[in-house]
Write a protein that binds this ligand. Structure first.
Ligand SMILES: Cc1cc2nc3c(=O)[nH]c(=O)nc-3n(C[C@H](O)[C@H](O)[C@H](O)COP(=O)(O)OP(=O)(O)OC[C@H]3O[C@@H](n4cnc5c(N)ncnc54)[C@H](O)[C@@H]3O)c2cc1C
Length: 246
């Protein structure tokens, strides 16, 4: 199938945390419609190099499909990264972005027949935010969903108000944030000092075939989590799925 490339202007930029920007692309009315499943990503062709591999960068879609041609992205500034420099220093509202997609098989299970434990660090929350928002808009599930978000400090929390609000409305949804650089255990029961690994090791030590772990983030977190879940804790390979950012 020929690849469809889209061009859309950046319609809004919001600094979400000191290192992360939320960015919205709004497809013009006359362009082809962009259908995606929650969890998928798009690939941008950025003016940052000669060769394809130098120019292409993928970003997960952070919002649920909503039919209004708006795509939300959640992008971290990587010190010295070529795309990071471009997306944080060059682009502004109105800058046209060329992209293709959607791609990726990191989506909600066809049948929600197991509890889902979603584990992420930083902007790895993006696909989970899309999936969770989609379920909230289209009928929640009888299954439990536990989102475990990891970062360094409080100022790095992404979409926390939204997830806390959801947890108060949906009894099957639980939100835990693990912060590695805070001084001591905080008063809020949903924040824990430590890493994402400490949280699932504590909460899911006893294995059960009734769970699926979905992981999203960078190699260091994913490698450790896969090893812990499958080799150390004894979960089945089919119980762990992941999206690797790099
Ligand atoms: C399927 C997919 C979806 C992605 N979705 C997102 C997303 O939603 N949001 C987002 O911010 N990024 C996402 N990424 C990562 C993104 O594509 C770029 O790799 C990232 O923006 C860095 O690009 P750069 O050109 O600035 O850095 P580069 O110069 O390409 O990066 C230099 C090196 O740093 C590593 N690296 C980059 N960022 C980090 C980090 N934060 N922690 C540890 N190592 C890192 C890269 O793997 C690379 O080896 C995704 C990647 C993939 C493959």
């Amino acid at each position: 199938m020929p690849v469809t490339w889209y061009t859309a202007p950046i319609s809004r930029i919001e600094q979400a945390t000191p290192r992360v920007r939320r960015m919205w692309l709004t497809l013009p009315e006359q362009s082809a419609e962009f259908y995606f499943s929650p969890g998928q990503f798009l690939t941008m062709d950025l003016p940052i190099g000669e060769k394809r591999l130098q120019r292409w960068r993928s970003y997960s879609i952070a919002n649920a499909p909503n039919g209004n041609r708006e795509i939300e992205l959640c992008i971290v500034h990587r010190e010295g990264g070529t795309a990071s420099e471009y997306l944080f220093e060059e682009v502004k509202v109105g800058t046209e972005i060329k992209f293709k997609g959607p791609d990726g098989a990191f989506v909600l299970p066809e049948t929600m027949d197991r509890d889902l434990i979603m584990i992420c660090t930083g902007t790895g929350v993006a696909p989970f935010r899309s999936m969770i928002q989609h379920l909230d808009n289209n009928g929640w599930t009888d299954r439990n969903i536990h989102l475990i978000f990891g970062s360094r400090n409080r100022e790095d929390l992404l979409y926390a108000d939204e997830f806390l609000d959801l947890a108060s409305r949906r009894p099957g949804f639980r939100y835990t944030a693990t912060l590695s650089r805070i001084a001591e255990d905080p008063a809020e029961p949903w924040i824990r000092k430590g890493y994402v690994h400490n949280a699932y090791e504590q909460d899911y030590a006893e294995t059960s075939p009734d769970r699926k772990f979905l992981l999203c983030g960078w190699t260091n977190m994913i490698d450790t989590a896969v090893e812990k879940l499958i080799i150390q804790m004894g979960y089945g390979r089919d119980q762990v799925g992941y999206e690797l950012y790099g």
